[in-house]
Write a new protein. Structure first.
Length: 288
């Protein structure tokens, strides 16, 4: 069974907990160097991934995008500016996606961008209008729903595997009728046991949880369906700047960064991975 490996291609200053503490002139890019270790690891294992790209990164580092595309990875959208959906109106979101399309068409002509992931998993019932906007612009799938309510994000009670959300409630799968205008949702992976849900989908959770527990949970998920993993280049790079943050935010952002590459390597050795679009095709979910 192949699982979805995804890279959120954002720089060290893009995360929600970091951005408010920096002025614009402090945004010194390091995305090109921080991404190289990930690309090298994927190359060594002959693994292809989906790169959810922040448009600002594509605009600033076009050669990096071309290299990623040339190596056969899927390109998808992570917004233009890494602003959350909570910060935007539908019109502002559409404008960002239009700008993103222009940048991508200029940077990687002919690249087919069909997937989207909202920064900070900011898709929930307050922002479900985003799915309508995405569908109207030709996107086919989304991977923004975090199926567990946390203090920062998440949607409690929604399906754990790929589904098509109801337009009235993102936590409910659409039932019957014409689904041609409905995006396919690939939610972030959590392990469910006795009514409890444990996130094991990457990012902070990959850094904070014991690796043996992560591997066990992912194997349990694979007994039923593919899972999705995400990492950020800044997590996998030893030179990522560490700014002064409140204690809890600092822990969430920087804890155990040195473990990301060894743990990702362990996952690549333990499981089979492919781009998200390919995994959806394997599951028979890709009907467009």
């Amino acid at each position: 069974m192949r699982n979805a490996l995804t890279i959120d291609l954002e720089d060290w200053y893009h995360p929600e907990l970091v951005r408010p503490h920096l002025s614009h002139n402090e945004h010194k890019a390091q995305i090109e160097v921080s991404t190289q270790a990930l690309l090298s690891l994927l190359r060594s294992r002959s693994v292809k991934a989906t790169f959810f790209v922040v448009g600002e990164v594509a605009k600033r580092s076009p050669q990096l995008l071309r290299s990623i595309a040339d190596e056969g990875h899927e390109l998808a959208c992570h917004g233009m500016s890494h602003r959350t959906l909570w910060e935007m109106t539908p019109e502002q979101f559409r404008s960002e996606l239009d700008e993103f399309a222009i940048v991508m068409n200029t940077t990687v002509p002919g690249a087919e961008v069909l997937g989207f992931r909202a920064p900070t998993f900011s898709l929930d019932n307050r922002t479900r209008w985003a799915l309508t906007v995405l569908a109207s612009l030709g996107y086919h799938y989304d991977s923004s729903v975090f199926p567990l309510k946390t203090p920062l994000y998440g949607v409690g009670g929604c399906p754990l595997g790929p589904y098509r959300p109801s337009p009235d409630d993102i936590a409910v799968a659409s039932r019957g009728g014409d689904e041609s205008g409905t995006l396919l949702e690939f939610p972030m992976s959590v392990w469910s046991w006795a009514g409890l849900r444990l996130p094991v989908c990457g990012g902070f959770y990959l850094r904070a949880l014991p690796l043996r527990l992560v591997l066990f949970c992912l194997r349990q998920i694979n007994r039923q369906r593919p899972f999705v993993i995400y990492v950020h280049p800044w997590e996998a790079y030893c030179g990522t700047p560490r700014i002064s943050l409140p204690l809890l935010q600092r822990w969430v952002t920087y804890y155990n960064l040195q473990a990301v590459m060894p743990r990702l390597t362990a996952l690549l050795d333990a499981f089979s991975f492919a781009p998200m679009r390919t995994v959806l095709q394997d599951m028979g979910k890709w009907n467009t």
